[in-house]
Write a protein of this length. Structure first.
Length: 429
């Protein structure tokens, strides 16, 4: 009838209590201490009964050890008993001699182990003693059964205790997680403020640099810098034109000398082959050769090609080739001169470059550009870090109500009441 009315009108709602979030640690500690006291109180008698039963078993084993055999039993049974009793006594003594701890959680597995070993002894060597010592073996089984019943009582109590302790542990874990998340969020806010400050400082410096760069063309020193730039450009153009002429003459001469080398290989003239190869190495090298060496090598190689041209072994294909080999003395001197001038122009251009780079305004511009590049990299890193930080903050803030709700329910299930926290007024369980 009571259940009927309960279903009809609904059960009474649990009482709601308001707690301080920080007070839960003490509450859980009290619940844990109470659970331990209850466990100790409810297992005290079963534990004592188990100790008494174990002592009684030890007396039975001692009785069997000192008992006389029934004179009317079959000789075969006497032989079996004689051989089996020492094994059984030794096994039972080992099982019963182990001290049972005072702590319930340690006592419980030790008692189970004792019962298991005693059963193994009875079912092993003890099975041969059933006929010889029927009363003692029956009493032994009765003693083991008594221990088993008491263990079952402890099992129920210990199960409830462990369930309670599991809930307390889970509540403490949630409490620590919430505190850690709160602390991490506070640290994240501080870090976000520091990042924002650095971004403002970097952005401010970049704006200052832009202003300085824009003002540079109006600097009085700019005219001198422009003159140096114009002079450098003229020198570079002159050098490039000279280099183009040198490259054209080099490729033309090298093409004909390569033909001469092939002919020399066929005719097996090693001296000519060596001279021609050396000339082509100098003409096709990436580095500008020494002018004196170049002129000397060409003076040795060009007559070889000229002889082959005169004998008809080499046919000149265009006016460039004919221009080069129409006067090889002039060509060799011209190549030496151009090579020498290019080397001199390289030095002149390098000096002009260094003079321009050393100009105060140019140095200032380069320094600002370098700083600007470095600051942009730093700014990108700071913005990426802030974006990732805000993403984490958002996830953590979304998780906090979920964790708090779960914590409320967990604490509520432990104390049997609805729980709400003073610092989380909308969160209840």
């Amino acid at each position: 009838m009571r259940d009927f009315f309960k279903r009809l009108f609904g059960g009474k709602e649990p009482e709601t209590v308001t707690l301080s979030f920080d007070s839960v640690t003490g509450l859980l500690g009290e619940r844990e201490a109470a659970a331990r006291l209850i466990l100790a109180d409810q297992t005290k008698i079963p534990m004592q009964n188990i100790r008494n039963a174990a002592a009684q078993l030890q007396l039975i084993v001692n009785t069997i050890a000192g008992a006389e055999h029934d004179p009317v039993i079959h000789p075969r049974l006497k032989s079996i008993a004689k051989n089996t009793i020492p094994q059984y006594i030794r096994a039972m003594n080992i099982s019963l001699a182990k001290e049972l701890p005072e702590d319930t959680e340690e006592f419980y597995p030790a008692a189970i182990d004792c019962v298991k070993n005693c059963l193994n002894s009875i079912q092993g060597p003890g099975r041969y003693l059933q006929i010889v010592f029927p009363e003692e073996m029956k009493a032994s089984r009765t003693g083991i059964d008594a221990i088993g019943r008491e263990i079952n009582l402890i099992t129920t109590t210990l199960g409830a205790y462990r369930k309670e302790m599991t809930g307390i542990h889970e509540a403490r874990t949630l409490h620590a997680t919430i505190l850690d998340t709160r602390n991490d969020l506070a640290k994240a806010n501080e870090r976000d403020q520091r990042i924002t400050q650095r971004i403002q400082e970097i952005t401010g410096r970049l704006n200052t640099i832009e202003t300085e760069v824009v003002s540079i063309p109006d600097d009085p020193l700019m005219a001198d810098a422009d003159t140096k730039k114009k002079r450098l450009k003229e020198l570079e153009n002159h050098k490039e034109e000279k280099a183009r002429i040198y490259a054209a003459l080099s490729m033309t001469a090298a093409h004909v000398l390569r033909k001469a080398e092939k002919i020399a290989l066929k005719q097996k003239h090693p001296n000519e082959i060596s001279i021609l190869k050396q000339a082509m190495i100098l003409l096709s090298g990436h580095e500008m050769p020494d002018p004196v060496e170049l002129e000397s090598v060409l003076n040795a190689a060009c007559p070889v090609a000229e002889r082959m041209i005169g004998s008809g072994e080499i046919a000149l294909k265009n006016k460039e080739e004919r221009g080069v080999f129409s006067d090889i003395n002039r060509f060799c001197k011209e190549m030496g001169t151009i090579c020498r001038e290019l080397k001199e122009q390289e030095v002149t251009v390098r000096d002009a470059q260094e003079a321009l780079l050393a100009h105060p305004l140019i140095m200032r511009t380069a320094s600002l550009e370098r700083e600007k590049g470095q600051l942009k990299i730093m700014l990108e890193k700071e913005r990426t870090a802030q974006k990732e930080l805000k993403q984490w903050q958002q996830k953590a803030e979304e998780q906090m109500p979920v964790l708090t709700e779960e914590f409320c329910k967990k604490v509520g299930s432990i104390i049997g009441k609805n729980v709400q926290f003073q610092d989380h007024p909308r969160t209840t369980a």
